[in-house]
Design a protein around this ligand. Structure first.
Ligand code: UN1
Length: 497
């Protein structure tokens, strides 16, 4: 069993600083860090700007080589970094390892991408002219990440940004600074092996909300990519917009599953369990609303409750544990408040409440809760970052779709059905309004190959796969005249005689 201090020593993180970092597993102090003062943040931005001047001139496939080396470091350290994720964020080890795998996958994706940053050539209306679209590096990118995916979401952004020729400045959640420092240490190992990379391609800024705000407000940072709550996005987005910066927001979700009569209920129960209680309900893609057709309601819901009853809650490092701790007491208080609200709206709660309080007096474990609601009201409209699954009975797919879309968030969604027409309707223009729409798969656990993100209060940003890389580059339309004349567009004549 590797301890936190052994892991910190392995990654070369000094145990100094005046801010204690506690593990959500048992509340024990697992390290100390120091927050950056405003002047230090300013220096890091200046260094990132200087590094960008050099990095943008390095051929993209060569930039990809650095990301390839970083992927190698991650492969070699998957177990150790995954364990540190579990210690610091509290997710079970399987999920900690999965998170590092997601980093490795996006590195592989980015290496391939480094030879595919394609632009278009466009037919010019003028003779002897060529028109083209070129994608250029953008500048330093600020990445603000959340506690629940303390390293993978940074990697989605950083791996792409680096092959695109940008530099990155990372402000991790104040709850998870150690995994950020460990990741940065692995990145620096890759830089060393790479040889001639400019200093300061990536840096970590530690601090509270003010540090994020300082990055959001700085004109030297053309893109701010922020993952977290809608509240956080509402505070940061206007700061970036005010200076005409670009923001890429991945905010709250309130993800639903529609279960239709033809569904494979066995599969549905397994998907519900992973999506609703996995990561203790602390994914932005966690399943929060289950919309079940009346024909199968009495078959499915008791099975879901029975499965909940068999879930092992406990130490996330132990094999067999499916539900680890909530990140802190505030998360538990939020869960209690939501359950009280649901009850007063007529909800019938199964589960909920604190677990293992005697064993872990300084940590917070919760029994996942299933809440049968008379209708989709009040608390269900809000995202509560905890393992609460609201269940509502529906009479038709139309009703299910209406309810699914009737929340302010628009991240992920899914349907369980074997009916091809229902599945196609769900993913059609008139179906789910979310950024992610799955058929016979839960709403969480997306692969890196697709664009990740959502609509409405989720913020509209897209990270990770597909053509998300374009957000990290500057588009330039260039027209070259190789003739001896100067024909004007739109046929305009503008001559002296
Ligand atoms: C998040 O919770 O912010 O699809 C990201 C998923 C993961 C990423 C979640 N691949 O659940």
């Amino acid at each position: 069993m590797t301890t936190a201090s052994e892991l910190l020593a392995h990654f070369g993180i000094p145990e100094s600083g005046d801010v204690a970092v506690r593990s959500p597993i048992d509340g024990a102090v697992i390290g100390h860090v120091a927050y950056d003062a405003p002047e230090e943040i300013g220096v890091k931005i200046a260094v990132a700007e200087r590094a960008f001047q050099a990095w943008r001139a390095v051929p993209a496939p060569r930039r990809g080589e650095l990301v390839r080396l970083f992927g190698e470091e991650l492969r070699a350290n998957k177990e150790k970094l995954g364990r540190l994720v579990t210690l610091e964020a509290g997710k079970i080890l399987q999920e900690g390892l999965g998170e590092v795998q997601e980093m490795i996958d996006i590195c592989d994706f980015a290496v391939g991408l480094s030879r595919q940053l394609y632009g278009l050539t466009i037919a010019s209306e003028r003779p002897g002219h060529r028109m083209m679209e070129t994608w250029h590096p953008l500048g330093p990118v600020a990445i603000i990440s959340a506690f629940n995916f303390p390293v993978a979401v940074w990697a989605w952004n950083a791996a792409l940004a680096l092959v695109c020729g940008d530099t990155v400045i990372w402000k991790p959640s104040e709850k998870t600074p150690l995994t950020a420092l460990a990741t940065q240490a692995l990145f620096e190992r890759a830089v060393k092996r790479f040889g001639d990379a400019p200093a300061g391609l990536s840096s970590v800024v530690l601090g509270l909300a003010d540090a994020g705000k300082a990055l959001a407000a700085d004109v030297r940072i053309p893109l701010v990519s922020a993952t977290g709550s809608t509240r956080m996005g509402r505070a940061l987005g206007p700061v970036v917009a005010e200076r005409f910066g670009r923001s890429l927001l991945e905010l709250g979700g309130n993800n639903a599953m529609i279960v239709m009569p033809s569904a494979d209920l066995e599969l549905a129960v397994r998907a519900i369990l992973f999506a609703a209680v996995g990561t203790a309900g602390q994914r932005c893609t966690s399943l929060r609303r289950l919309l079940v057709h009346a024909d199968v309601y009495d078959k499915l819901v008791p099975r879901v409750k029975a499965a909940y009853g068999r879930v092992t809650i406990g130490d996330p490092l132990e094999t067999g544990t499916l539900v680890g701790p909530l990140v802190d007491k505030a998360a538990f208080d939020g869960m209690e408040a939501a359950l009280a609200g649901a009850k007063s709206a007529g909800g019938v709660v199964t589960g909920g409440g604190r677990a293992l309080a005697d064993q872990y007096p300084n940590a917070v474990y919760a029994h996942p809760a299933v809440v049968e609601m008379p209708s989709q009201t009040g608390v269900m409209i809000h995202e509560t970052f905890a393992p609460i699954l609201y269940v509502v009975k529906i009479g038709s797919l139309d009703e299910g779709l209406t309810l699914q879309n009737a929340v302010p968030q628009g991240l992920s969604s899914c349907i369980f059905t074997r009916d091809m027409q229902e599945a196609e309707r769900f993913t059609s223009a008139a179906g789910s309004d979310c950024g992610i729409a799955n058929v016979n798969i839960g709403p969480s656990g997306a692969e890196i190959g697709g664009a990740f993100g959502g609509e409405k209060e989720t913020g509209g940003g897209r990270e990770s796969g597909s053509d998300s890389w374009r957000a990290y580059m500057r588009r330039q339309t260039a027209t070259v005249n190789y003739s001896n004349a100067l024909p004007l567009a739109q046929g305009i004549k503008f001559d002296l005689d």
